[in-house]
Design a protein around this ligand. Structure first.
Ligand SMILES: C[S@@+](CC[C@H](N)C(=O)[O-])C[C@H]1O[C@@H](n2cnc3c(N)ncnc32)[C@H](O)[C@@H]1O
Length: 232
């Protein structure tokens, strides 16, 4: 765990019942980490969790799994989740947090972990072309997500970075996603239900337009689809 200079973070995570310090343990059964079996959405690179806190508090009918590589920011996420759930008068927590490197996500997420929606907000743009493969929206990553993102499932992606956004359109096409909604200025768009992330607030204050899209996973894996319908 990387918790340099943040001595408060470890006790917060140690005491948090919905922080999983061993992301390998669920082994294809992340649903078992939640109180109820219901559709699961995933946030990749959740940071301090202001987005997932509000989303989860407003949607008790969804289970939210949020991953970030930095344990210290997940400790801040716990604090934010606790505050927002208190404000909503909710005692149950439909959120699970874990720390892991998303580039290696298939070590901890399996085909059985059926996900209906993925959120990626303000991931690192990795501007140098030699690092593009590290982008969380790169084709290579999208193909990994298709292991557990069900056919018809959605990717919701926000960024401040023009080049990353335009390149991501190509990555999506290459991996077999169809863009269903797109705006290059989210805060001046007709999109009805945006929740700001901590980075979004900062970029908006600087006057940078937020690029946003929703893309549907068209990759059909017949056996998975049948499995999913059996669970429905
Ligand atoms: C720029 S911040 C955005 C945080 C938040 N989503 C927001 O919009 O405010 C990117 C976050 O992604 C995390 N991150 C970047 N690359 C990652 C990776 N390969 N695996 C896990 N987390 C990653 C970072 O630790 C950081 O918290």
């Amino acid at each position: 765990m990387r918790m340099r200079n943040k001595p408060w973070a470890k006790p917060v995570l140690d005491e948090c019942p919905y922080f999983y310090d061993d992301p390998f343990r669920p082994n294809g059964a992340w649903q078992n980490c939640f109180a109820k079996r219901q559709p699961m959405h995933l946030e990749l690179g959740c940071g301090k969790g202001t987005f997932i806190a509000r989303l989860a508090a407003e949607h008790p009918e969804i289970n939210y799994l949020a991953i970030d590589m930095k344990s210290v920011v997940l400790a801040s996420a716990v604090k934010n989740i606790e505050q927002v759930f208190q404000e909503h008068g909710r005692s149950d927590r439909n959120v699970v947090l874990t720390a892991y490197d998303i580039e290696r996500i298939l070590n901890i997420m399996k085909e059985e972990d059926i996900v209906e929606r993925i959120y990626i907000n303000f991931c690192n743009p990795w501007p140098k072309s030699s690092y593009h493969k590290k982008r969380l929206t790169h084709t290579r990553q999208l193909q990994k997500y298709q292991t557990f993102l069900r056919p018809g499932g959605e990717l919701h992606f926000k960024t401040d970075d023009d080049a990353l956004f335009e390149d991501t359109l190509g990555y999506l096409k290459e991996a077999g996603f169809e863009v269903k909604y797109l705006t290059r200025d989210l805060h001046r768009s007709d999109y009805p239900s945006n929740i700001d992330t901590e980075h979004e607030v900062r970029f908006c204050e600087e006057g940078i337009p937020i690029k946003f899209l929703i893309a549907e996973n068209l990759r059909v894996r017949t056996l998975d689809e049948i499995e999913w319908k059996k669970r429905d």
